[in-house]
Ligand binder design. Structure first.
Ligand SMILES: *[C@@H]1O[C@H](CO)[C@@H](O)[C@H](O)[C@H]1NC(C)=O
Ligand SMILES: *[C@@H]1O[C@H](CO)[C@@H](O)[C@H](O)[C@H]1NC(C)=O
Ligand SMILES: *[C@@H]1O[C@H](CO)[C@@H](O)[C@H](O)[C@H]1NC(C)=O
Ligand SMILES: *[C@@H]1O[C@H](CO)[C@@H](O)[C@H](O)[C@H]1NC(C)=O
Length: 341
C-alpha cells in the first residue's frame, strides 16, 4: 500500500510539472553603445532553464529578423551573411550560461538597430525557447560644439561676451551637429549648475542622413552678479563620453544702467566691471550724489535726483539708456558700492 502511494505522488507531480512547463530565462541589457574609439560593440546574453533535465540545443543571434550567427549544440558559431560584409566582423563565444557577440567595423546607421538572442533547450519532444533583445546605438561623437545668440552671432571659445542691459533676455544656444545618439547638455556658471528654470528642454533634429543636431538654450537676464563669471556648456552623447565643451566669460556693463547721479558721466575702469563717475561742477564723487560743501557766496545747484517724464531719475548719459537708475545706492558686481578714482 505504501509503495503504491509513493508511486501516485510521483505521477501527480510529473503531471503538474508538465502543465507548469519549464522557464527559460534570457537576459540582455536593453541598450548598448558602441565604442567610437575602437569601433566595437559587445552584446551579451545570459541564459538558463529552471529544469536540469533539459539540455542546450541552440542559440541564435539576430539583427532585426536576419540570422547573423548561431550555435547549434556546439560552442563554435556559424556566421551568416551579415558577418561577411566586411568579412570577419562578427566574433561570438558561448558558455553554458552566456554568449557574447562582438561586432567590429561598425557603420552608422547601417548597424544600428535591434539585436536578438534566442536560446532553445531540448528534452524529448519539448523544445522550450526564449528571446531577448538589445538596441545597439552606433555612436557618432560630437566633433564640434558651438555657442551662439538669438541673432545668430557665434561666440568663440573663451571669448568675452557683454550682457547688455538694453536687452532684457540674453539667449545662448549651445549646439552639436551630426551626432548619434542625441546629446544631453550641462550648463554651468563659474562651475555651478545654472538654475534649471533658465534652461529650455533640448531640441533634437534628425537629418536625412539620420544624424542628429542637438541644441539647448539658456536665458540670462543682464544681472550684475553674472559679471566676470564663466558660462560653460557641455554636451555628452554616449556613456562614458568625456563630452565637448565651450565657454565664454560674461561681462555686465557697470555703466548700463548709469549709476551716476546728477548728470554724472560714467566710464568703465580697466577691469571691465568697475564704474567711475565724472561729476558735473558742484557734485562729489564717487557717484555725484553729494553737493560739494561751499564757502563762497555763489549758490551751487541744488542736488537733485533728476526726474524724467516718467517720474524716475534720469541722467545725461553719453549713450541712450533704456532704464534710468533707481535713486538707490548702486552696487558693483561684487556687491560693494562702485567707487570713483
Ligand atoms: C530581457 O532581459 C532583461 C534583463 O536585462 C530582463 O529584465 C527582461 O525581463 C528580459 N526580457 C525577456 C522578454 O526575457
Ligand atoms: C549676438 O552677438 C552678436 C555678435 O557678438 C551681436 O552683434 C548681437 O548684437 C548679439 N545679438 C543679441 C540679440 O544679443
Ligand atoms: C533657442 O532660442 C531661439 C531664439 O529664441 C529659438 O529660435 C530656438 O528655437 C531655441 N532653441 C531651443 C533648443 O530651445
Ligand atoms: C574650449 O576650451 C576649453 C579649455 O581650453 C577646451 O577644453 C574645450 O575643448 C574648448 N572647446 C572648443 C569647442 O574648442
Amino acid at each position: 500500500m505504501a509503495e503504491f502511494a509513493v508511486f501516485q505522488i510521483v505521477i501527480v507531480s510529473a503531471f503538474l510539472f508538465g502543465l507548469r512547463g519549464q522557464t527559460v530565462t534570457v537576459n540582455m541589457q536593453s541598450s548598448v553603445y558602441s565604442n567610437p574609439n575602437t569601433d566595437l560593440a559587445t552584446l551579451r546574453c545570459d541564459f538558463g532553464i529552471d529544469d536540469p533535465t533539459f539540455s542546450f540545443l541552440t542559440l541564435e543571434w539576430t539583427f532585426g529578423s536576419t540570422l547573423i550567427a548561431d550555435f547549434f549544440k556546439t560552442t563554435t558559431p556559424t556566421y551568416y551573411d551579415f558577418c561577411n560584409t566586411p568579412a570577419g566582423r562578427c566574433s561570438a563565444t558561448r558558455t553554458s550560461s552566456n554568449s557574447e557577440l562582438v561586432l567590429s567595423s561598425l557603420e552608422f546607421p547601417r548597424d544600428q538597430g535591434t539585436y536578438g538572442c534566442r536560446v532553445t533547450y531540448v528534452s524529448g519532444s519539448q523544445t522550450p525557447n526564449k528571446q531577448n533583445t538589445s538596441s545597439l546605438l552606433v555612436v557618432v561623437p560630437a566633433a564640434l560644439v558651438t555657442l551662439f545668440n538669438a541673432s545668430g552671432g557665434t561666440f568663440t571659445n573663451g571669448s568675452v561676451v557683454k550682457l547688455s542691459s538694453e536687452v532684457s533676455e540674453h539667449i545662448f544656444t549651445c549646439q552639436v551637429q551630426n551626432i548619434n545618439p542625441e546629446a544631453t547638455f550641462t550648463w554651468t556658471l563659474d562651475g555651478n549648475p545654472v538654475d534649471s528654470g533658465l534652461i529650455s528642454n533640448p531640441v533634437h533634429d534628425v537629418g536625412a542622413d539620420s544624424l542628429t543636431t542637438s541644441s539647448s538654450n539658456v536665458t540670462l537676464e543682464p544681472k550684475r552678479e553674472y559679471g566676470g563669471q564663466e558660462l560653460k556648456c557641455k554636451a555628452v552623447n554616449y556613456e562614458d563620453d568625456p563630452g565637448v565643451m565651450i565657454s565664454v566669460t560674461l561681462i555686465v556693463d557697470p555703466c548700463d544702467p548709469n549709476p551716476c547721479y546728477n548728470g554724472g558721466t560714467c566710464s568703465v575702469m580697466s577691469d571691465g566691471i568697475t564704474a567711475t563717475c565724472e561729476c558735473p561742477t558742484g557734485f562729489e564723487k564717487p557717484l555725484c550724489e553729494t553737493k560739494v560743501p561751499t564757502t563762497t557766496s555763489t549758490t551751487p545747484p541744488e542736488p537733485t535726483q533728476p526726474t524724467g517724464t516718467d517720474g524716475k531719475p534720469t541722467t545725461v548719459p553719453t549713450t541712450p539708456r533704456r532704464t534710468p537708475p533707481e535713486p538707490t545706492q548702486p552696487t558693483g558686481t561684487d556687491g560693494k558700492p562702485t567707487t570713483g578714482k
